[in-house]
Design a protein around this ligand. Sequence first.
Ligand code: SF4
Ligand code: SF4
Length: 374
Amino acid sequence: MREQVWLGRCADYDEDALFAKISEAFEALGAYDQIKPDMTVVLKPNLIQRSKPEAAICTHPLFTAAVGKCVKRAGAKVLIAESPGGPYSPAVMKAVYKGCGYTDMAEANGFQLYTDCKSREVPLPHAQRCRQVAIVEPFLERDYLIDLAKLKTHGMVGYSGAVKNMFGAVPGLLKPEVHCRFPDRLDFSKALVDICAFLKPDLSFIDGIWAMEGDGPTGGVRKMAGLLGASKSPYALDVVMSELIGFPAGSVAMLQDSAERGLGPKTSNETDVLGGRPTGPLDFRKAKAASTDFIDKLPGFLRPAAKKWSTPWPQIGKGCVGCGKCAESCPKKAIAIEQKKARIDYKSCIRCFCCHEMCPEHVVGVRRLGLFKM
Ligand code: SF4
Ligand code: SF4
């Protein structure tokens, strides 16, 4: 079946303009007919860490507000739930919601913020890699789930959109455990598809107005793309959006995998794009850590050596304040804080870049051999 992907443009986060655009997407994709007045609709934004909306790391609160208003227009209740990286507790969640601009926004619109932080282990029956994982409860018990991703490049998996956003349903410090179980990029990409396929968001949006290029998902550079996307299929939405920013779906392992499993299309030509396609790709810069696609194309016997020499490593740069957020999120406990500075034990490091993602000072750099920079 050809999936429909709705695309829109917005120059900024003007509340009225955004509401009109998102409402157009709801109409086009039939969401107003699906959402019923007795439902609780769970919105899952990307709030990977406490950061201001203008940093373009998290789904903008006004984007989430516009989607929530459409849900309320359909008569249903709105519950916003998320689990950032690092510890997952009611106090942390309250701080993250506040720091990301969600507390005032939710109060102004009558939305509920989930802070109970309950989760449970569930089997993923059709998984190819991740057969069991803990999931935050509202994502399991919802009547209807809306995935609200941020458009970003990503150090480990190349591109971050609707499929990757579902990884946030795994509670806080159990995320590094998943990294640890699947340290290889291709295995981890398959685990991301396993989790998204299990959660099956009913509707997915991507906030690509202010997006992020380079060393995403937290240490890149914000970029004005002015893009909004929506679909009932997170895979089709990602295929269209990743192509638009210059990452053909075949170059993104999780999208290649979802196409091979028959969950999503191979290219945007296999989708029906509604609302008008922007002209030409927007050419986002790749993350430094993600530029190793050539390895997957080498003969099998050459791959281990090429992988060893080309895989970049994290390096703590100047400006480390010794806060310990990197150590908290390191799945291999390879980081120690000594004399108020982080130090990495490279013998234990699996180069998952969780430390790079979670450093609030953005001082964990990505280093690679000069030959492979070329
Ligand atoms: S590297 Fe970043 S996260 Fe780690 S201790 Fe230093 S400032 Fe904190
Ligand atoms: S030091 Fe950083 S890259 Fe290495 S295992 Fe820990 S979190 Fe991952």
